[in-house]
Design a protein around this ligand. Sequence first.
Ligand SMILES: [Ca+2]
Length: 191
Amino acid sequence: MSMSSSIRRGIPSIKWTINQVLKATINLLFLLIFKFKFNLRPPNIHCFLLGLVISLSCYPSFAQASNSITINQSNIAKPLTIQGTSGGGITAQEISQTEKTTTGYCKGYVSPQPNHLLKLESFWEFLRLEVASQADTTILVKGAGGVWCNDDAGTTNPIIEGQWQPGLYQVWVGSYQANSTNDYQIKITGK
Ligand SMILES: [Ca+2]
């Protein structure tokens, strides 16, 4: 609930996330193939495929696929709005691994998996994520270049804005109170 306002930020992106996903997937495939000793004829092929589907759907980075959004110049000509439910059982600091970032304090409670995955196809001189909610929310953005948090930006809802490098960004929206889930919207504007 600190009153730190948002600060401009700018830094690299996160390519390691994709690498981690690929490595995990390859490891999983090797494990499954080994387990079935290369005997993939029916009915084992069905077990193999079922196991693969279940495993991938349980893997966080795949589970969030439905919340992925690509941002480019054409779809952000007008402000873009995405929505979700904030909060979770772990502190934002467990994700950020720091109490404070250049954009503010890492407060609130979040889920282990990010609420959104943003893919930026190009460099943005200015991009703003502005959370709107009836509740007191926080935000955490994580990329290869670092992590950025914000708690309150004028209201009890946060903003993160500034320069963004192209790449993938994980976005968490937290609730200030533990075990409190709240609907929110994020308005994304850029130029
Ligand atoms: Ca807040």
